[in-house]
Write a protein of this length. Structure first.
Length: 209
């Protein structure tokens, strides 16, 4: 599917399998989410533009490459998305961090926004939206729509586990957004949970099961 990358790297697949296991502790779960995010970001950011800069080594002056333009922004969808932020910042420590709060109405299964705080210059930045799970796609669609309303035009979306239904909905609503997934699962069940999935990512990150 256009603009969708599913990672087949052995390290990502291995760590995601451990992440899924119900006996994985909260501490190990948090660490794995951070590690997988870092591995995914390494690949998702390979198209960053570079520019020539002149530096001086202990030996001589030389022209080398550095990332061109302003720093990036990472925007987690609260609350589970917070678990992915440190993995991103370990690679891009100067990135600004925004926050969008969403919760799913358990009757309608529709996302409800309760918080939005973004960097004031979000329109000038490459924005990476992170959320461990892409189920129906509703939260991601609404969050990206909100970010676009502030003028952002360069947006990527990273998730660990996705349902086919969520990928289809997100790519249809925002065909210009690149989507990166560690795994695509079978389907959604009657409660709109991903099958086989890994349970509630937020509960497993924060120990609120």
């Amino acid at each position: 599917m256009k603009n969708v990358m599913i990672f087949d790297h052995p390290l990502i697949q291995h760590k995601t399998t451990i992440l899924r296991q119900k006996e994985t502790s909260n501490k190990e779960f948090r660490e794995l989410v951070e590690e997988i995010t870092m591995l995914m970001c390494y690949e998702a950011l390979r198209d960053l533009p570079l520019e020539d800069v002149e530096i001086e080594t202990p030996i001589k002056k030389t022209t080398q490459k550095m990332i061109k333009g302003k720093d990036m922004a990472v925007v987690p969808i609260l609350r589970a998305g917070l678990g992915m932020v440190e993995g991103f910042l370990s690679l891009v420590p100067n990135a600004k961090v925004g926050h969008i709060g969403m919760y799913r109405d358990e009757e309608t299964m529709q996302p409800q926004e309760y918080y939005c705080k973004l960097p004031p210059d979000i329109d000038k930045r490459l924005v990476v939206v992170v959320d461990p799970m892409l189920a129906t796609g509703g939260s991601a669609i609404d969050a990206i729509g909100q970010i676009k309303s502030y003028g952002a035009t360069q947006i990527k979306f990273l998730c660990l586990i996705a349902a086919p239904e969520g990928i289809e909905a997100l790519t249809k609503a925002h065909p210009d957004v690149e989507v990166y997934c560690a795994n695509v699962d079978e389907c959604l069940n009657e409660r709109c949970y991903i099958v086989p999935g890994l349970g509630d990512a937020g509960d497993r990150i924060f120990g609120t099961m």
